[in-house]
Design a protein around this ligand. Structure first.
Ligand SMILES: [Zn+2]
Length: 80
């Protein structure tokens, strides 16, 4: 049993190659954070995807932005 790797951009656990960017098991980013060829999207694009996710779960835009900004500040791909 292999430990699931966490996407270095959004923190999503990735158990299968198909969940990695470009379907490539060594890609440190998930399919949601990458373009079709497995390249990491821009910070703004990733942020929008995550905000949309929280809004779809019932948060307001404002609440979602706050949660996502705090979350991204801890991610290896985005922390400064
Ligand atoms: Zn991701």
């Amino acid at each position: 049993m292999v430990e699931p790797r966490l996407c270095e951009s959004c923190g999503m656990p990735m158990k299968e190659a198909s969940e990695h960017g470009g379907g490539e098991i060594n890609n440190p980013y998930c399919k949601y954070c990458t373009t079709v060829d497995g390249k990491l999207k821009s910070r703004e694009e990733v942020r929008e995807v995550m905000i949309g996710l929280y809004v779809s779960k019932g948060k307001t835009r404002e609440e979602a932005e706050k949660v996502v900004d705090e979350h991204m500040a801890r991610m290896p791909a985005w922390k400064e």
